[in-house]
Design a protein around this ligand. Structure first.
Ligand SMILES: [Zn+2]
Length: 269
């Protein structure tokens, strides 16, 4: 598929808003089989595997609605302590990634006395970013423990997502090879192949799986934009990410768009 086909898929997608029972966000989905456009958790697994934790994670939405990140972070920490599981740690890590982006966006180059305030905001953004990465590492460790005592596609999938977010290729390899051997051949396997091949920069396999997901899930756009960035085509990456973010709040997509904007700005100089 080419750029105009991808953009067409994004604009033609009719999505229904639903509340992700996992991360607690209002997101758009194409069907029951879709993945959350914020945390990338599969909708079906969520409803059956981690019900109790999901109900609690949903409680943080009230804070998020008002963008009171600080209050929300206390709730998120509380839940992660009370229910330490790979899925909960992963959702917490994604939350801190969003919080970090939010602080970074607050940097104002035109405001009065901006130097001090900006450097404070940048520093806070970095601290939150580091916290998010730390939680991803803890999540991978916990997945490893769980996978030793019994394999589930869901645990391997959470491990793969966490590895992809912090670009831990070794852990991603382990998780993907487990998922490839699984008897199930469903959406999780295709989605995982899209995540994995994009991470290891296998453009051919990544593109095949991105196209395969494009009909059923708009998250394909994040991965397609990564492929354009590998090909040094930032303008196309920007188009696809901007279109995707009209219907999604995915923190790593916002972060990637900010990086693309920076790179395009720098290349003008
Ligand atoms: Zn979600």
């Amino acid at each position: 598929m080419n750029l105009s086909q991808y953009l067409h898929m994004l604009s033609a997608s009719s999505t229904n808003p639903y509340r992700c029972a996992y991360c607690g966000n209002m997101v758009h989905a194409l069907s029951n089989g879709s993945f959350c456009n914020y945390c990338e958790m599969p909708r079906k697994e969520i409803e059956t595997i981690l019900k109790e934790q999901h109900d609690l994670l949903s409680a943080k939405i009230e804070f998020l609605g008002e963008y009171k990140y600080e209050k929300a972070s206390k709730k998120v920490d509380e839940i992660a302590q009370k229910y330490p599981s790979p899925g909960v740690l992963y959702a917490s890590a994604i939350f801190y990634s969003e919080y970090s982006n939010y602080m970074f966006r607050g940097v104002d180059y035109n405001g009065k006395g901006y130097m001090y305030e900006n450097s404070q905001k940048r520093e806070q953004s970095w601290i939150l970013h580091a916290k998010s990465r730390g939680l991803m590492h803890s999540c991978i460790k916990m997945c490893n423990d769980e996978l030793k005592s019994g394999y589930t596609d869901f645990t391997a999938y959470v491990k793969l997502l966490s590895s992809a977010r912090i670009k831990d290729i070794v852990a991603a390899n382990e998780a993907f090879s487990m998922l490839s051997k699984s008897d199930a051949k469903g959406q999780i396997q295709i989605y995982s192949a899209m995540v994995y091949y994009t991470l290891v920069k296998n453009r051919k396999e990544a593109s095949i799986n991105i196209s395969a997901m494009a009909n059923s899930d708009i998250n394909f756009a994040y991965y397609a934009s990564e492929i354009y960035i590998y090909g040094k085509d930032n303008a196309s990456a920007k188009k696809i990410l901007s279109s995707f973010l009209n219907n999604s709040k995915m923190p790593h997509a916002s972060e990637l768009l900010a990086k693309v904007d920076d790179a395009m700005e720098a290349s003008k100089v």
